[in-house]
Design a protein around this ligand. Structure first.
Ligand SMILES: Nc1nc2c(ncn2[C@@H]2O[C@H](COP(=O)(O)OP(=O)(O)O)[C@@H](O)[C@H]2O)c(=O)[nH]1
Ligand SMILES: [Mg+2]
Length: 700
């Protein structure tokens, strides 16, 4: 394998909605570059990219797959990503290491919700981006609709490079940068090149001039040249387009048929000649505040953007070389662990195929095996001082499930497997809730969950059961109440004696001090589960010794950890201990703890106790004409509508919905809107559970 320098390495990522044709385009690019002699198809389950058994079972990409091509002195690394937003983690990892983002649009559907979701991320990253309108061969394709959709995203910054036409019944493409017409044969093979026919000259010229102006806008020198000559050469245009892409102010638009291999060679030529290379990118700031210079001379820095567990192979660690050169047997330090890792083998990966190499230079993407303790988002470095590349920010989980091993003796195996799945895919989170006494798995949606289950069974050999997690209710009181309790036990030798009188009241921030008491002391306890216990010492005349007060408080806190209604945490109560009795011999800490807890429990049950439930704020983006169904569904989920906003053809709806009603919402919203709506949710507050529901819950 030839060694490429940083000026001749380009990393692209194919992103776009599910089924837009990314995997097919990747296959065609490999074929065009001569890396494969036959093109596989997604239906035939024989593409290089969708090689994983899980992907073949699903008939679609699930993982991001790094591929590479060599094309006219350039090495182009291609990351093929899945299109569904359940797999956002895979998409974000790939975008992070790409120099150019290729957004694939399905000309049959135009810009889809999936495209928009990904676009929102691309826009944040500010990376050079081009659009490819695919499937132009399809009878229902509309290039114009797709172009309009792209303009909705990037406005006037879309730079049309091509448009499709029919030439004597065959597919053609007019290229307005090169000012040529390509005609494709249905048998495949290289296209024939023609001058632009007279009938298309006016349109092609207008678009060419538009492109010249757009190219000139991004470079002072070019702008002057343009004013002088009234036009630019092809090379000058390339220079201007590249500058515009680097500023994120120009977005070239191409058209292709990936399936029939039309236009893909031209697209690759453009990527070779114009798309920015690794050497064009800016130096990166590290978390330590230093700069990583993207040059071959700098000390080696590798950023781990992905790891994958492969049967019979173990963990494959994918990295991008951020500076320097990495060679076989290099020892590098992991800045998170401080431990040294030896890179015994270096590879270029093409789907499941590994090609061993001796070295990789800055800008390139590669993989290694058998690292000791290196995870996604880690940095490996040769520099004496720690270097940590800014980590990829993964989205928060959108779905949560309680998870158990079906066979109890598999619990440990399950925990190990989930840990490995998380280290491969950080959008899968695992936490143990000591409150709910459940292991909680967080992920991006139902499909994501189905894949996690598949991996657990097929790769890790452990069967897991998933259920809706319990709801973390809280208990509190509505009014004040007093009670007293005497604990007395006489058994043989020393007895137990304690008597406690107390009053409890609902507590809220800023309320005045309780009246009618002689307040001697006050302690505000911040409860670990939210809210407060405010504990007052109002003992008069030393009827209870001061040293017993902590025991009384302990007894109360014990009840607060498992409330009398449903066993949930109690919050926002104040307690005034104002009277009691002790015994010079029989009183002790234990006795006061017991008396305190009983007195509190009794007072609590008489203080109109109520349940609180977690409420989430939801933001739902719905196409206008689907608003009715979505609203009805939300109302049946006890939602309080907080507001609505118009944006393009969408309504942005904000509402407050109880967590208990959110179970399965993503599936329900998808089926109500054919996947055209999106939503996000975040915990907002605890609110009182309606009486009828509280009755049900307390009964259970
Ligand atoms: N007619 C036509 N179909 C295509 C084209 N590209 C992809 N497809 C089909 O669209 C479906 C989805 O393709 P795939 O590459 O898996 O899309 P991905 O989800 O973006 O990776 C498959 O059935 C492909 O055969 C194209 O250019 N023309
Ligand atoms: Mg795919």
């Amino acid at each position: 394998m030839k060694i490429y320098d940083d000026k001749h390495i380009k990393n692209i990522v194919l992103v776009g909605a599910h089924n837009s044709g990314k995997t097919t385009l990747a296959e065609t690019m490999l074929f065009e570059a001569g890396l494969i002699s036959r093109r596989g198809t997604v239906e035939g389950k024989n593409t290089v990219s969708d090689y994983h058994e899980l992907e073949q079972e699903r008939g679609a990409s699930v993982f991001a797959t790094p591929l590479h091509t060599e094309w006219r002195n350039y090495k182009i690394n291609i990351m093929d990503t899945p299109g569904l937003d359940d797999y956002l983690g895979e998409i974000l990892s790939s975008i992070r290491v790409a120099d150019t983002i290729v957004t694939v649009i399905n000309a049959r559907n135009g810009v889809e919700v999936g495209t928009e979701i990904i676009w929102n991320y691309i826009d944040k990253y500010n990376k050079p981006t081009l659009f490819v309108i695919n499937q132009i061969d399809h009878p229902t394709a509309s290039f114009e609709d797709s172009l309009r959709g792209i303009r909705n995203l990037v406005g006037n910054n879309a730079a049309q490079m091509q448009y499709p036409i029919k030439v004597d019944g065959a597919q053609g493409i007019i290229d307005v940068l090169k000012m040529k017409m390509y005609k494709f044969s249905s048998e495949g093979g290289k296209p024939e090149k023609f001058p632009i026919p007279d009938s298309e000259m006016e349109r092609a010229n207008a678009l060419h001039n538009e492109l010249v102006e757009k190219a000139a806008e991004n470079d002072e020198e070019l702008l002057e040249l343009f004013f002088e000559k009234g036009t630019l050469t092809e090379d000058e245009m390339r220079q201007g387009i590249k500058a515009g892409m680097l500023h994120h102010e120009l977005f070239p638009v191409f058209c292709v048929s990936a399936l029939q291999d039309m236009g893909s060679g031209r697209l690759m030529g453009f990527i070779d000649n114009v798309a920015p290379a690794a050497a064009d990118l800016k130096p990166e700031q590290t978390l330590e505040g230093d700069t990583v210079e993207p040059t071959p001379e700098a000390p080696t820095t590798l950023f781990i953007f992905k790891t994958l567990q492969q049967p019979n192979v173990g963990q494959v660690t994918f990295f991008k070389v951020k500076s320097g050169v990495v060679r076989v047997n290099d020892k590098l330090e992991n800045s998170r662990t401080g431990e040294s890792e030896t890179l015994n083998q270096l590879f270029i990966m093409d789907g499941k195929k590994r090609i061993a190499v001796n070295q990789l230079v800055v800008g390139d993407i590669g993989a290694t095996l058998k690292l000791k303790d290196t995870e996604t988002n880690d940095t490996l470095h040769a520099a004496p001082k720690a270097v940590t590349i800014r980590p990829i920010a993964y989205p928060q989980p959108r779905t949560k499930k309680a998870v158990w091993a079906v066979n109890q003796h598999d619990e440990e195996k399950l925990a190990e497997a989930l840990k490995k799945i998380h280290s491969q895919d950080p959008t899968v989170t695992i936490t143990y809730s000591s409150e709910l006494k459940q292991q909680i798995l967080g992920c991006q949606g139902e499909l994501h969950l189905a894949n996690i289950q598949w991996l657990l069974e097929k790769v890790y050999g452990v069967e897991a059961r998933f259920e809706a997690p319990k709801i973390a209710y809280r208990e509190t009181i509505n009014r004040s109440s007093s009670s007293s309790y005497r604990h007395k036990k006489q058994s043989g030798g020393a007895g137990q004696f304690a008597e406690v009188h107390l009053k409890i009241e609902p507590w809220e921030e800023g309320m005045p001090e309780p009246e009618g008491f002689n307040i001697r002391g006050k302690e505000e306890v911040e409860l670990p589960w939210g809210g407060k216990l405010v504990f007052y010492n109002c003992i008069v005349g030393g009827v209870i010794d001061l040293r017993y007060l902590p025991s009384i408080k302990k007894g109360i806190l014990e009840v607060m950890e498992s409330g009398p209604l449903t066993g949930s945490y109690i919050r926002d109560v104040r307690v005034m201990v104002y009277d009691g009795k002790m015994h010079s011999v029989d009183s002790n800490d234990i006795s006061f703890k017991i008396a305190g807890s009983h007195a509190f429990k009794e007072a609590f049950l008489n203080a109109a106790p109520k349940l609180l439930e977690p409420i989430h704020q939801l933001t739902v983006k719905v196409p206008e004409d689907m608003m009715g169904g979505v609203m009805t569904d939300l109302q049946s989920r006890r939602s309080l509508i907080l507001g609505m906003d118009n944006k393009d053809h969408f309504q942005i709806l904000k509402c407050a919905t109880p967590e208990a009603e959110l179970y399965g919402y993503s599936t329900s919203l998808r089926s109500l809107t054919q996947g055209k709506a999106t939503f996000s949710s975040a915990f907002a507050s605890y609110e009182v559970v309606p009486d009828n529901i509280q009755k049900e819950l307390v009964k259970g």
